[in-house]
Write a protein that binds this ligand. Structure first.
Ligand SMILES: [Mg+2]
Length: 225
């Protein structure tokens, strides 16, 4: 088994610092205020978020000549802004998250990250709640724009680290959105949906996770074994 944790809304919440960095970096690029309130970020990868914004004429105006290049540049500008502002961000670990990760790690359970964040941002974030070394591998928004592709990226990395018998059905994705559940379902993995992000337990239930929790305090390894 390999337990793969989402970050935002699952392990921690950072009170809109990401959205502010997105808007700041895009406002600098366009030379006018950019409002992204019409775009949902939850469960999406960072490149996916920028592609949506840059493709939306009501936000970004004309489509850039090369959308792929524009997405990449926007991600880079966003990452720079996050590094500039992160130290002042208000970051809170979500209930049970740090305790759970530390306990699983102490028990020798293989852990990883599976998140839409760009890789450097992912570790920047978990470091703020005292985690990081518990996650020797991960799959990130910088690996693929489509979250549904990320479980297989994580699986490949685990195999490279020696987990040769690991298969997709042995993965457990732990996240706060229906997109986390769908990414698990896309490869036949299990999912733990936790209602500490923007989605209620009822909304998450509709996506049919393997296990549904109000918070990570109630996590039970036996329920996904
Ligand atoms: Mg999330």
């Amino acid at each position: 088994m390999l337990l793969l944790f989402d970050i935002d809304g699952t392990l921690l919440q950072s009170h809109g610092v990401g959205r502010r960095a997105v808007e700041h970096s895009l406002s600098a690029r366009f030379g006018r205020p950019i409002d992204t309130s019409s775009v949902t970020f939850s469960g999406k990868t960072d490149p996916q978020i920028f592609r949506e914004i840059l493709s939306d004429p009501s936000i970004a105006g004309d489509l850039p000549d090369d959308l792929d290049v524009a997405v990449r540049q926007a991600c880079e500008a966003y990452a720079r802004r996050m590094h500039e502002t992160w130290d002042e961000a208000t970051v809170e670990a979500l209930p049970g998250a740090v305790e759970l990760v530390r306990a699983l790690h102490a028990d020798g359970e293989p852990l990883g990250l599976l998140t839409g964040n760009l890789e450097p941002m992912a570790y920047l974030k978990v470091n703020r709640i005292g985690l990081g070394r518990e996650f020797p591998l991960g799959a990130f928004g910088s690996d693929h724009e489509d979250r549904n592709q990320l479980p297989l990226v994580a699986l490949e990395r685990a195999r490279q680290l020696g987990a040769l018998d690991l298969a997709a059905e042995h993965l457990v994705l732990i996240g706060d959105t229906p997109r986390d559940v769908q990414a698990a379902q896309a490869v036949g993995a299990k999912s733990v949906a936790v209602a500490t992000g923007r989605f209620s337990a009822e909304e998450l239930e509709a996506s049919r996770p393997t296990v549904l929790l109000e918070t990570l305090e109630a996590f039970d390894l036996a329920s996904v074994a």
